[in-house]
Every structure is written in structure tokens, then in C-alpha cells.
Design a protein around this ligand. Sequence first.
Ligand SMILES: [Mg+2]
Length: 244
Amino acid sequence: MDPDCTRHYCYLKTRDQIIEKPQFSSAIKTILFDMDGVLVDSISSWRHVHTHFCTNNDASVDAYVRGKISDEEFIRRDVSQWKKNGRLIYKKELVTIFSSVNMMIGARSLIDTLKLYDVRLGIVSAGIDILANKVGNLLDMDFVYANQLETDDYGRLTGEGIVNVPLMRKDVVVDRIAKRFGLLKGEIAAIGNSCFDIPLLRSVGLGIAFHPDDDCISKGADVVVSEKNLENITRVLIPYLNKK
Ligand SMILES: [Mg+2]
């Protein structure tokens, strides 16, 4: 992988295994969506919160992609900056902060069309579950995998996270989903927009890069949809779906 095609240190260098691409089945039974930059018009739900607090996580991103800190530590360093009057914020404040995130153009139309077919729809996001669950509910998705923030009995963040989707290892979540629903990985399609979605797109039958954030994800995809409108994904998926 060309390390110059991404703004970060290439995290794929820290991996010791190559993901074997499953054989594509001509019938897609489940479609997995990345959230940030795909279902919502925001680069990162984590960054969205940092922007609100005028903080940033550049140093921890760098340490993380170099494999020096875990997903749990990555979350810990992010959340530790989200304070009011010296104390961590309440989870409900994140609900308010996320209310300014817009849905991606064409999201509703795409999902409404896909609902006419016999296909399961899910979110696989390394973003924050507060936003992922909201998007999942609004779009009537069948399941949501995202990362949680732990709270105390009063709803205040404790600073700890529960990692359900490791940013650099979405392939392990695909394994879990295939097992949960009894699917061959070749029967799954996935849509992502950044280099962190390469393991997601490589571990399913049909990997689609949407409005790519970098060249690496385009190279790692089976199909690239460059226009920033999710409706354009429809024509790629329909030939592989069965009507209800
Ligand atoms: Mg993304």
C-alpha cells in the first residue's frame, strides 16, 4: 500500500495479516454501511465533538495508527478532553452536539429503495454509538455496530469506552456479523469512504468506495462511486438484490 496516498501514517503497515477476499456471490443478502462520511456528512463523529470543544486528537490519532496505543486508550485520550467546569460532560450533551450533523445527500432515497428488496441493512462504524443509533433509527436500519462511551449512574461520561468496532479492524466485525446471521462473506456488500474501511471492503464480496477520502480506499474497493450522493450507489447494488 502506498503510504503517500493517505494523510496519516499507513496503519496497514502495523498489520501482519492480509485479508483474503471472499468469492463474490451474485446474491447480496446484507449491506454494511460505514457512518462518518457515508451515511452522515461529517468526516468523523469524534472530530465533530472535538470541534465543539475546540480540542483535537491529532497526537492520539498518530499514536494509534502507528500501533502504539489501543482502541481503548485512543477513546480514553479523546474523552478526557471533553470537560465542562473541569468535569467530564454528561452523555446527553453529546446528543445535543450531534444534532447539528446532517444526513448524507441521497441517504434516505437509497435506503427507501433498498427496503423494497430482501436485504438486511446495518451500520458498522468506529464512531460514537449515540450518533450511530440515531442514524440507525432514522433510516430504519436492521442493526448497528459502533463504539460506546461508558457513563456513571448519573449519565456522566466516565472516560472509558466500550470498543465494539476497532477502527483498524472492521474485518473482525464482518466475521461477527457473518456468524450472527449465518452468511457467507461473499453475500455481503459494504460501503466505506476512507482508508480505515479497507479491511471492511476487503472482507466482503462487494466493496464499494463512496466519495473516497483518499486513494487507498479507491484502490481497495471493487467499485468506486465518486459523486457525493448516495443515490448513485443504487445502480451498483440493485443487480445483486432479490425483490421481497
Ligand atoms: Mg468514514
